[in-house]
Design a protein around this ligand. Sequence first.
Ligand SMILES: *Cc1c(COP(=O)(O)O)cnc(C)c1O
Length: 488
Amino acid sequence: MRSHLLNDTTAEQYRRSVTEGVERVAARIATTDRPFTGVTVDALSPRIDGIDLDRPLHDTAAVLDELEDVYLRDAVYFHHPRYLAHLNCPVVIPAVLGEAVLSAVNSSLDTWDQSAGGTLIERKLIDWTTARIGLGPAADGVFTSGGTQSNLQALLLAREEAKPGRAGREAGGSLADLRIFASEVSHFSVKKSAKLLGLGPDAVVSIPVDHDKRMQTVALARELERCAKDGLVPMAVVATGGTTDFGSIDPLPEIAGLCEQYGVWMHVDAAYGCGLLASLKYRHRIDGIERADSVTVDYHKSFFQPVSSSAVLVRDAATLRHATYHAEYLNPRRMVQERIPNQVDKSLQTTRRFDALKLWMTLRVMGADGIGELFDEVCDLAAEGWKLLAADPRFDVVVEPSLSTLVFRHIPAAVTDPAEIDRANLYARKALFASGDAVVAGTKVAGRHYLKFTLLNPETTTADIAAVLDLIAGHAEQYLGDSLDRAS
Ligand SMILES: *Cc1c(COP(=O)(O)O)cnc(C)c1O
């Protein structure tokens, strides 16, 4: 069994084995003609259930054959131009190469003595990102597992800074007095974080959005005023720099002004919109982000990186101390005096992947402009898609995109019952998924079912968008036809 350990005697086997796996994936990617096969849970489950994990095959090729059957053939492929559903991107090859390197070397970024250069590479990428944002000379941050964790950590820091009894705050209050302000279309991780942070059930104050799905700052000002009047503590405003559903960007400069006025921590959740930091054409759309106290970025959304690759950035490195604990077995306090950089001092995780390497390889091979160009392309594609939808009487489209998302629904000519229109759209999404011809997402707008394209693939064309719209209309009409048959 020792022959399976990667070491000096097995380097050749490692090369062969990984190459064999890469060949399979490459062959699969070269020949997938649909984003999905449409396989059902019922069809796939028995294949996986039928495998006895206590009876290994002892043969890599045989295991790869089996993997074709249980995973590779029926996976959902984000590189396909008709995958238009969630915030998943096709990945850039330098990052995939980075992934292969980081898992083989297997550095852990918690301490210097488990990573050495890895720690410095991560730090340099954090500095690169804070400079792109414009957070100033005292900024810092750390890589995380995703936007959810970044938001949690940012809100942890905000909570510690805002706790009753801290500088300038009245003592004697409780965590239940803390309030977070976020728009009604902010990410659900804000609410999850509030719960994990021990805040009360009313902690997250939902601020209405305008017609373009951007936070209404007049309403935010009103709620901040009310919070003060009620003797509660404003802990953080979460501005979203690209909402998950609409890609809408909250008015960051106005929000920053209010945060300064009321002395509130400003967090910008740019999990999606961070791609603008590399954009050549649309960087200005996220102006104001430089005034944040903390920022979430998901490189695995708009920097074309494999999952996971994400970071939380802060204006003031000192605030990261709220996540610092020392353990004799890992990062004893004396190491701080010895100036040994232990990233665990800044992280909610302990053992942690060297995800930063993927971004490093990407920037070194392609450069930031290369990434920005790709993101600009999908933003332009969304603008074209919006024109198609706005001109097509079969569809109703919600907002003109600020990033790369389109939310719309099919409006059948002969139907006026809103519930029936909902069902037709739900049916169209399901039928499309079952066919595997395309994958689209869905959401609700004002209580009604809508469909969503999240465009993150520069290979997708307006012709793809037009073709998928035709497929959707076809499925919806089919449903309505069948529904008429059922009624008569
Ligand atoms: C995706 C997303 C998140 C969550 O990020 P994960 O990487 O999925 O954990 C948070 N906020 C916004 C706005 C997002 O779009």
